[in-house]
Design a protein around this ligand. Structure first.
Ligand SMILES: Cc1cc2nc3c(=O)[nH]c(=O)nc-3n(C[C@H](O)[C@H](O)[C@H](O)COP(=O)(O)OP(=O)(O)OC[C@H]3O[C@@H](n4cnc5c(N)ncnc54)[C@H](O)[C@@H]3O)c2cc1C
Length: 280
């Protein structure tokens, strides 16, 4: 099926792209890798009148070391992140998560920024950026602003990005050790039924959950349980993991019931913590 008719714009700078979004208002959509937007347009679930293709903007695709950590450009593809030696050394949770996404075609075209902006409840990146306490830089008509990952996901397919704004950069601190991503995927697409990203360091454990609820979240009850249990034996990890679905309403669909998703959250949290702590 063909998408409805639209005007196509190919800006070469972020400022130019933002101006186009301001000019076309709610009728415009940013195009990144197109692996979520184009299928939605073909199904006529989305009918933007103007497409602002940010694929030709220089300097939106990179992985760089900074004084504070590592910066990843929004147009960096899943495959580039999976293959990044810098990330492999300094923040291996990102390449590990990237390798779980879809298939090679999806990873070669889809971008981290597009996935985060889309905020599909079954997407993989949200769990990782939550566990890493990433910062997301957004450009708009009033300049640039930074949003913390735990304030970025608002609801199903809704984020803190405004209609006239563009996600430009994802920033993480160096987190070289004690990380893991454990996922149970929908077999045909690879999307997460439940995915759990874990970071454990001197400050404690941070657990990001995707797939379970309408929006990705931090499993704060698991984190609290681990904070009170200082010596982390397999039994204590299992007790903490039992809180992974506390306080959320699990999604239920043809792929998995609410109770099965809650069960997967517990199992994958236990597995991710066990592996991150080197107890596997
Ligand atoms: C067959 C298939 C399997 C898949 N499997 C998985 C999987 O296992 N796990 C997973 O996580 N994902 C999966 N995906 C989704 C894939 O990762 C997409 O690439 C991703 O969701 C969207 O990224 P994109 O760059 O293609 O964005 P696009 O499709 O171009 O855009 C998506 C949305 O985000 C907006 N947008 C894009 N970039 C920006 C930006 N920088 N600033 C503001 N708004 C922006 C667009 O306007 C649009 O609304 C799959 C997709 C397909 C087709």
């Amino acid at each position: 099926m063909y998408p409805a008719q639209f005007d196509y714009f190919r800006p070469t700078t972020v400022d130019e792209a933002v101006k186009l979004l301001v000019q076309h208002g709610d009728e415009a959509k940013v195009l990144a890798g197109g692996h979520s937007l184009i299928p939605a347009m073909k199904l006529r679930l989305a009918r933007p009148k103007a497409i602002v293709d940010i694929g030709r903007i220089a300097n939106l695709s990179y992985v760089r070391e900074t004084s504070g950590g590592i910066a990843v450009g929004a147009m960096t593809t899943h495959a580039e992140i999976a293959a990044s030696a810098l990330l492999g050394e300094r923040c291996p949770l990102l390449p590990e998560t990237a390798r779980h996404i879809g298939d090679m075609q999806v990873r070669n075209k889809g971008t981290i920024g597009g996935s985060l902006a889309h905020a599909d409840p079954a997407a993989d990146w949200p769990a990782a950026v939550l566990a890493l306490e990433a910062e997301l830089e957004i450009a708009g008509p009033r300049g640039r602003r930074t949003v913390r990952a735990d304030q970025f996901f608002v609801d199903l397919f809704q984020t803190a990005i405004g209609p006239d704004e563009i996600l430009c950069e994802i920033r993480v601190t160096r987190t070289p050790k004690s990380v893991a991503y454990e996922k149970t995927e929908q077999k045909a697409s690879g999307f997460a039924l439940v995915g759990i990203a874990v970071v454990v360091d001197g400050r404690g454990a941070r657990v990001g959950v995707t797939g379970l609820a309408a929006k990705a979240y931090r499993a704060s009850r698991v984190e609290q349980a681990l904070a009170t249990d200082r010596s982390l034996t397999p039994e204590r990890i299992a007790r903490a993991a039992a809180h992974a679905a506390d306080g959320v309403e699990p999604l239920s669909d043809i792929h998995a019931s609410a109770s099965f998703r809650a069960h997967l959250a517990e199992v994958n949290t236990r597995r991710a913590l066990t592996r991150a702590l080197g107890l596997a």
